[in-house]
Every structure is written in structure tokens, then in C-alpha cells.
Design a binder for this molecule. Sequence first.
Ligand SMILES: *[C@@H]1O[C@H](CO)[C@@H](O)[C@H](O)[C@H]1NC(C)=O
Ligand SMILES: *[C@@H]1O[C@H](CO)[C@@H](O)[C@H](O)[C@H]1NC(C)=O
Ligand SMILES: *[C@@H]1O[C@H](CO)[C@@H](O)[C@H](O)[C@H]1NC(C)=O
Length: 340
Amino acid sequence: MSPLSLLLSIAVFAVGVVSQAQIPAFGQCGGLTYTGSTVCVTGTFCQWDSDFFSQCVPGTEPPPFAGPINFWFPFGDSYTSTTFNATSVLPNIHNPLGNPPFPGFTGAGGENYVGFDTETFNSSVIFTYNYAYGGATINASLVTPFEPTVLSLIDQVNEFLTSSVASKPATTPWTSVNALFSVWIGVNDMAGSYFEPGDRGAFANTLLDEYFTLMQRLYAVGARNFLFLNVPRVDLTPLIAAEGTVAQALLKSVITDFNTRLAARVASFKTANAGVKTWLWDSNTVFTTILSAPTQFGFVDAVSFGNTGDFWGNNFHPSQAAHQIFAQDIATLMSGSLWF
Ligand SMILES: *[C@@H]1O[C@H](CO)[C@@H](O)[C@H](O)[C@H]1NC(C)=O
Ligand SMILES: *[C@@H]1O[C@H](CO)[C@@H](O)[C@H](O)[C@H]1NC(C)=O
Ligand SMILES: *[C@@H]1O[C@H](CO)[C@@H](O)[C@H](O)[C@H]1NC(C)=O
């Protein structure tokens, strides 16, 4: 680094620490992608206008939302992800999913169950930190994701545990009482391994050992409320249907076996850990129910995808309309809880 650039970086650093420039009235003071000063000139305050724009407006800042605020930490794959970036704008009263602008980018091509449950079927204000990542498997060494940058369930839980959020900072004051942890994983694990030789039951146990080691680590930092979502009917996705009925039947049986083992693990996790409350949402049965009688749920049929009225948003993911039904059903399952 040249002496001049060193001097400049020290100067910039000093400005950042000592005092931020004062923004005049109606100047920008915040927003996704904004990196300037957030300090408004006296007599004005920084008012949120949109995810991308806050400005200094004359007057006195209204008191912050008096609460209560509850918390939700989802983990999973593209069935859950909203492409939340945990190092960008955090969940706040204007956007309870934090970033990107609601409802985020989803496999559903619109709002997914996380959005619906956070903003529509919620019974309280929920700040949702969605660690789910598209394409995720439980352990990328056991089932390889579609690209190496995908964050596995292990990576996601580590991201939570190693961030300041895990230590319940003032910006994210979650507690064992007000925080819900949820996991919807397995779609990619099952679709990416069902055809392998060897004992699939033993492999399911290996996956579930790692899954529940992670749950135990969440428990260790205070997590007590757990929502588990089992593996849905991936065998009925248009993608797998195109592989033929033999493939579908095999995948269906592997998923059924995994879900049976998952239910047993959920029960033993609860028994082994004092103070744990669990909910298990049977996504597999919900998919079966809807896809056996799609028109009763407002869908054109069980196989079409990509158009309004289709259950499938694309050849591997349920649509926004399907997610709305899931979200309502999850809220019903958890009815009477702090969140729904
Ligand atoms: C997340 O946000 C931070 C801060 O804005 C940014 O530096 C980083 O590049 C973002 N990460 C991704 C994957 O977009
Ligand atoms: C549900 O969430 C929305 C968005 O944060 C909020 O405006 C609304 O008040 C919440 N509903 C209840 C009943 O708290
Ligand atoms: C992931 O799987 C690999 C391969 O079996 C194993 O060596 C590794 O320990 C697993 N990672 C974790 C964190 O369990």
C-alpha cells in the first residue's frame, strides 16, 4: 500500500469512527445497497420509505414498535429459502424478513410459506431470519448439491451459531421462549440419492444422525421450540414423473422410510432434552391429499406447472398458491403458539 493510499484509508476510517456526515433534510440516510451516512441533521429523523430508500424528514422520530416481537429461524432448501443475506439488513418492523425486498426470491416464484406465515398467518409480529439455501442437502459430502457454493444444513446451522445472532444480541433479542427454529430439508437428499445401491435405511440413519447433532447444537445455545417438516412427495414432481413410474415408486418408498425414521428422531429428541417443544408438519400427507384431488383445492390438475392455477410453480417446486395452503396448514398445526 502506498503512503498516500494508507493515509487516505486512515482518514476514511477516522471519519467512519469519529462522526458520520450529517445528511440534510430529504437526503438519503438508509436502504439496501446504501453505504453512506445514516445520521440526519438536527430537527430531522431517518424515515423508512422502502427497502431501498430511507430519507431524513423534518420532525421527531416516532417511538419504536413497542412489541412484543417473536423470532423465527428457518433452515432448509429452495422450498424454504427467500435468499436472505444474514450480513445485510436484518428483519425489522417494515420488512420482517429483513432482505431482500419481500417476499424474496423463492423456488415458488413468488411468496413461499415463510413469507405467508411471517406476514399473513402470524398471530404476533415475527422477525424471521431465514437461513435456508436453495439446493441444500444435509451434508454436502454425503449428497452432493447441484453446485459447490450451496450451503448445506450443516453450513446454515454453523452460519447461525458463529454469527452474533446466536448470542442473543440487543439487535436480535431472542429467548428460549420467543424463538422458533424450523427445518424443512430432504428434498435434495432424497432426489439425489434414492437410486444409489446399498441400504437406504442405513443411509437415512446417517443423514438423521447429522441432522439431530445439529439440533442438539441449537438446543445447547437455548433453542427449545422446534418445527420439523418432513419430506414431501418429491416423487410426484414433474421432474421425477418424467423419469417414469419405476423411479417414482422407488423414490416414494425411500421418502416414506426416511419420514418414519424422522418422526422417531423427533420424538426421541424431545424426550432426551428437557423443555423441548416440537411440532411435526406432515408435508408428505398434505401433498398427497392435494394432489389426489387437485381441483378441490383450486388447482387445474396434479401435473401441470408454471401457469396460474397450477400446483407446481416449475418442474420441481410448488407454486405460491400451494405455499399459501401449506402456510395456513402449518399455522393451524401450531395454533395457540406464540407465533401462529
Ligand atoms: C450480503 O450482504 C453484504 C453486506 O451488504 C455484502 O457485502 C455481501 O456481498 C452479501 N452477500 C451476498 C451473497 O450477496
Ligand atoms: C403479522 O405480521 C405483520 C407484518 O409484520 C404485522 O403487520 C401484523 O401486525 C402481524 N399480525 C399480528 C396479529 O400481530
Ligand atoms: C459429512 O459427511 C462426511 C462424509 O461422510 C463426514 O466425513 C463428515 O464428518 C460429515 N460432516 C459432519 C459435520 O457431520
